[in-house]
Design a protein around this ligand. Sequence first.
Ligand SMILES: Cc1cc2nc3c(=O)[nH]c(=O)nc-3n(C[C@H](O)[C@H](O)[C@H](O)COP(=O)(O)OP(=O)(O)OC[C@H]3O[C@@H](n4cnc5c(N)ncnc54)[C@H](O)[C@@H]3O)c2cc1C
Length: 451
Amino acid sequence: MDNAGSPITLPLDREVIRMHNSHTYYGARLGVGHQRAMIDGNITADACIIGAGLAGLATALELARAGLDVVILEAAHVGFGASGRNGGFVGPAWSQRLDNLSQTVGEDHAAKLYRLSLEGVEIVSRNIKQLEIPQLELTRGKLSVARTPSRDAFLRRRDRLRNEFGQNVEVWDTEQVRAVLKTSRYFQALYYPDDFQINPLAYARGLAMTLEQMGGKIFERSRVKRIDRERNHLKLNTESGSVTTSQLVIATGGYTDGLIKGLQRSFIPISTYIMLTEARPELIGKAIATPFGIGDQRRAGDYYRLVDGGTRILWGGRITTRISEPRQLAKILHRTMSDTFPQLEALKVDYAWSGLMGYARHLMPQIRQIEKNVWSCTSFGGHGINTTAIGGTVLAEAILHKSDRLQMFKPFGLDWNGGPFGRAAVQATYWWMQARDKFAERMWFAADTGA
Ligand SMILES: Cc1cc2nc3c(=O)[nH]c(=O)nc-3n(C[C@H](O)[C@H](O)[C@H](O)COP(=O)(O)OP(=O)(O)OC[C@H]3O[C@@H](n4cnc5c(N)ncnc54)[C@H](O)[C@@H]3O)c2cc1C
């Protein structure tokens, strides 16, 4: 891993910290980076993308590769949103599970979507290889661990993924898992050798640099406040300037505001949290002895991995519909970690942060045309690194009339999110799932120990 062992420090200016994700491990590790100008005056472009997260960057890159003159307008800076502050886990699948997709769109359609998600992983891998993005801190391999005995279910899943999708998957037994993850909370695991983990802010910045090298333009601190529809053009207005364009892509993720009627009402912004522990490799080694990324099988369960040369834990989990960051954030995550690994109770937290994900009710991204020459590429939920890559590709293909793969996303529309009732329902569903998971673990513990 690059930068292993070197200290990470926070810049002191609060505004710099907020704007540049410096309160996250990634921002602290990479520094403020290249700063871009605000837009000044009116410019024209073939296509304009709102949002410089992975969805906007992926779409812009594909359009620029086809020779279009592309501009991105970003309210904060490249990777400011979920894209620059996520867990960095890259693997196939969508936020909606394959089984649930099969029920809603049928087996064949669901399988095609799953293959697209695999293609998304390939796109990210190819970008990493070809673009030579620095400071990615790439690690390979992921263990998806069970908190109740799941051998038979795992064997079935392994067989399906291997036979139907040619995916490289193994089942680990409980002893093998506990040899590297020293907790009695875990049982079997699915091991995915081809999954990998990265510093997502470094990746987003790498894509942005590539786009600019190809002639694309990115303006930062340039929030789009109003869209004017003119004859055959759209004019996007910010405080300091405007872009006149013939194609507009909205890629504003969980930060989507009321710019486009209907879009804000069609998703729910969901907060999720990550913390970074202090560097204490000897203590950490008593709990976690693997460089693989770890995720547990619960919906919105824990995920974590060793970073900074294996000296710290980056630990994420929990979701809430409350958008403001809780003051006790570090404490909440620390409690979750020491519940799984009591031996890490003394491990202190250096950083904790939150990010917003966009979730539609169908849990699938909204990749579609929303009106003439206006497209959405939003709501990638908690599984966005691979899916934004394929989402941007498929959307660019539609704009360029190169394929009709966009049709695969037709069933996932802009249905109303249910307003405050929708939010309450999401929060209640999460609490219900948490309670159900805890109950299943307790029942198993009681049956196993006779308690
Ligand atoms: C804490 C956390 C952990 C996660 N972990 C993982 C993981 O390990 N693996 C994984 O695959 N996925 C993960 N995800 C999900 C993934 O990060 C997202 O799905 C993905 O980054 C979404 O990308 P995006 O480009 O759609 O949105 P974002 O990255 O949020 O970008 C949207 C951008 O739009 C800008 N914007 C909004 N409104 C305007 C406007 N009016 N004008 C101009 N700009 C505007 C915002 O400033 C923002 O930069 C995680 C998410 C979070 C929050």
